[in-house]
Design a protein around this ligand. Structure first.
Ligand SMILES: CC(C)(COP(=O)(O)OP(=O)(O)OC[C@H]1O[C@@H](n2cnc3c(N)ncnc32)[C@H](O)[C@@H]1OP(=O)(O)O)[C@@H](O)C(=O)NCCC(=O)NCCS
Length: 151
């Protein structure tokens, strides 16, 4: 999924696609984030939504909050459509966020304690565990706060 992929600010029609991807997959299923909550999350004040496309079809998205955590950039959500996973789209979206916030010094994200696949991806990209919010979204599961220094 290398050269044909491009990432751009979401168009109005993209929001519903992104909300449906979120609501239909883990971790949001376990976190009880249903379609209405996902729609609301994507238009939260202070966030910007970007969509990855191949041949004009959306394959993934990333939701960025420029001052989202302790005044630093925060990746609020990232997801790739089920049939497009494992082909580098998530990695491209992460690199896009890091380039978007180049010069800001820090970037943060949260990942659910049960989301081992995403944790592995973030570790591979240099994100480090800095804290844990116990029972934060739903009882019995933590949100792990990860940090990466940005050049
Ligand atoms: C996590 C996610 C965005 C990664 O996107 P992706 O395009 O599959 O990522 P890449 O192809 O660049 O890298 C694949 C890595 O993602 C991880 N991964 C997580 N879930 C995966 C899945 N269902 N299929 C393939 N890889 C997955 C793997 O650990 C893999 O790492 P590896 O290459 O070291 O084995 C995507 O799998 C996804 O949308 N998952 C569901 C939503 C989610 O968990 N979002 C993160 C919330 S914090």
């Amino acid at each position: 999924m290398g050269t044909s992929l491009h990432i751009e600010a979401a168009a109005p029609d993209d929001y519903e696609w992104c909300a449906r991807v979120m609501a239909s997959t883990e971790p949001w299923i376990t976190l009880c984030r249903y379609l209405e909550e996902c729609r609301a999350a994507l238009v939260r004040p202070g966030t910007e939504l970007f969509v990855a496309r191949t041949e004009d079809l959306p394959v993934g998205f990333i939701l960025l909050a420029s001052y989202g955590l302790a005044g630093s950039p925060y990746i609020a959500s990232i997801a790739v459509a089920g049939d497009a996973r494992g082909q580098g789209v998530g990695s491209r979206l992460l690199r896009f966020a890091e380039e978007h916030f180049a010069g800001r010094g820090h970037i943060f994200l949260c990942v659910s304690s049960f989301n081992q696949g995403a944790q592995q991806l973030y570790r591979r990209h240099g994100y480090e565990f800095v804290g844990e919010l116990h029972d934060y979204v739903v009882p019995g599961h933590s949100e792990l706060i990860l940090h990466k220094s940005l050049p």
